[in-house]
Ligand binder design. Structure first.
Ligand code: HXC
Length: 545
């Protein structure tokens, strides 16, 4: 970056050269216009006073320019709008002549892939968003759509610039509008590395992935002071809107980092799985991992007690090329696991029930989490692998009154509307409505496979016999009831809690030898590579929200 060359020094060098070098007959003269330009550019790039830099560092934060340096390939950065200033004349803003208006915008490359980046500069008016600042971001958003490249926003801001009044609110409107019209066309990534408060939170919320860093990132619509006044509740900013809260409770944050450098490394890793825009396919990476690698682990599912929990991550790691899995939303709704792997070099999005948490049952948060991820995959041409081990929906008043019907419908909708290749593998349980929701055959799946350990039924055996044989059980002597139930449940399991009944109707395409699963899945996705779809309704449907 040119901030490293002080033009005054450059000029002194030339003067020195002029004085020293009598041998040089004609010294290169730097035109005044060029000197002025270099000085102004240097000022624009280095205008934060040392005490502001110190304050930024004391909070454990990098500067806005350092952040870009961490993110983009060396030598690839091109800034635009460095000379933009606020036109606001109130409260002395204009007199401050803040070049760039508190945000750095431009484009560069990350591991060779072109990207648009903006980075809010907290050292300038607290990174607050005035109209000029907003228009720089909006212009970059327009450019990113035209160029068909991901846009990454680095947010560190006190929010709407108070001195600019409604102009700054309108500025947010311009950004939100572009966040929305870019959605599904280019990947949008938000990196929160400071405050992000008030309505400002809605720009990241409209983007595809939100990153936060422990200890320095905050997001809230109303901060601790307003919470205290309105509700009397005392809470600090980190507990209210820090990385942990949003990664595990609200689900706003998809990735948490321990430090800023760690955060930018994670952003780069995510980008390595994504196409640049919705007209492209995700990048293929050659692998030496054999496609016919046998997976002994899956055989164990045929041995273990169906009630025994296990982390589905183990299966994902074994399926993935080189055992690499980038999990998204790791700490939120852990009963479903979503993320990116490669199989045979191709990027695949995984959606997997996780029996280690809430027995893998579906609930409100897991439905939201999976539906949103599936819609991202579909927008960006990434095939979907569903790993099914689901006992049903999580019961209870909290779920019913919280809207499991409405939220659960999102998952059905997202799977059904997705036109990318869709393959599912039933590992163990696939019961009731949850079986249907997890990409079942008649919801538009392309291939449905099952392991011999699969149990596909309307409900679990015990629940089923209690309904089917309630009279017979009640009439039996109390001491015999348990044994009768077990016997009937075993009979029910024999008939329904296996994949054979379902395979006989064609609802399952194939029951697979566990050790062959990786190869079967890769071949299925290769077969579907150029999948064509019957045209859907041109108008966008109305997803239950
Ligand atoms: C103008 C702002 C500002 C803002 C901070 N600054 N926020 N200037 N507009 N919104 C300035 C401060 O005046 C200060 O300038 C400098 O930035 C650094 O701020 P500090 O307060 O010294 O920093 P710190 O102690 O770290 O506190 C950071 C902060 C606090 C928590 C973000 O500044 C704060 O609470 N700011 C106001 C937040 C806010 O209410 N924003 C509006 C939200 S409503 P000087 O020159 O004195 O150093 C909103 C609506 C959006 O954003 C709606 C969109 C639809």
């Amino acid at each position: 970056m040119s901030e490293l060359i002080d033009p005054k020094e450059d000029n002194k060098e030339n003067l020195k050269e002029k004085a020293d070098s009598k041998k040089i007959k004609k010294v290169r003269e730097i035109p005044q216009k060029l000197i002025k330009f270099r000085e102004l550019k240097y000022q624009a790039e280095n205008s934060a006073p040392p005490e502001r830099i110190k304050a930024q560092k004391d909070k454990g934060k990098l500067t806005a320019r350092e952040r870009i340096q961490y993110l983009v390939d060396e030598g690839s950065w091109h800034e635009i709008g460095a000379f933009v200033e606020s036109r606001c004349t109130d409260f002395g803003i204009k007199d401050k002549h803040i070049k760039g208006d508190g945000v750095i915008t431009g484009f560069g490359r990350i591991n060779g892939k072109k990207v648009a980046v903006f980075s809010q500069d907290f050292m300038q008016l607290g990174g607050s968003l005035g109209l000029a600042h907003a228009r720089k971001i909006a212009h970059l958003q327009d450019l990113a759509i035209k160029a068909g490249c991901p846009i990454i926003g680095i947010l560190d801001s006190g929010g709407a610039r108070i001195q600019e009044g409604v102009d700054s609110l309108d500025g947010y409107g311009e950004i939100f509008y572009r966040n929305t019209i870019s959605s599904g066309i280019i990947p949008q990534i938000s990196v929160i590395v400071g405050p992000c408060a008030g309505g400002a939170v809605y720009s990241p919320a409209l983007t595809d992935f939100v990153f936060m860093v422990k200890g320095i990132s905050n997001m809230f619509v109303t901060g601790p002071a307003v919470v205290k006044t309105a509700t009397g509740e005392s809470i600090d900013a980190e507990t209210l809107g820090g990385a942990k809260a949003h990664a595990s409770k609200s689900g706003v944050c998809h990735f948490v980092a321990n430090s800023e450098p760690d955060c930018y490394r994670q952003v780069k890793e995510l980008l390595s799985f994504l196409p640049s825009n919705s007209t492209e396919k995700a990048p293929v990476v050659a692998t030496s991992d054999p496609i016919d690698r046998k997976i002994a682990l899956l055989e164990r599912l045929c041995h273990i007690d169906p009630k025994k929990p296990y982390r589905v991550h183990h299966i994902i790691w074994w399926l993935a090329d080189d055992h690499k899995f980038l999990e998204v939303h790791q700490d939120f709704a852990k009963n479903i696991v979503v993320g990116f792997i490669r199989m045979g070099g191709e990027v695949i999005g995984v959606v997997a029930n996780n029996p280690a948490h809430m027995a893998g049952a579906l609930d409100i948060d897991s439905s939201d989490k999976a539906a949103r991820f599936i819609r991202f995959l579909n927008n960006f041409n990434i095939p979907i692998l569903s790993l099914v081990d689901v006992p049903g929906y999580w019961p209870g008043t909290a779920q019913e009154h919280g809207g499991i019907i409405r939220h659960g419908a999102k998952l059905l909708y997202a799977y059904s509307e997705a036109t990318v290749p869709k393959v599912s593998l039933i590992l163990r349980k696939a019961y009731g409505g949850a079986y249907i929701a997890m990409n079942s055959k008649y919801m538009g799946s392309d291939f449905n496979f099952a392991l011999p350990s699969a149990e596909i039924a309307v409900m679990g055996p015990m629940g089923a016999v209690e309904i089917l044989y309630s009279k017979q059980i009640k009439e039996a002597p109390v001491e015999e009831q348990a044994a009768i139930k077990s016997k009937l449940a075993a009979e029910y399991s024999e008939k329904f809690a296996s994949p054979y009944q379902t395979a006989s109707t064609g609802s399952i395409d194939e029951i697979i030898e566990p050790s062959d699963v990786r190869q079967k899945l890769i071949e299925a996705f290769r077969f579907l590579k150029d999948k064509k779809n019957h045209p859907h309704n041109d108008k966008k449907g109305n997803i239950p929200l």
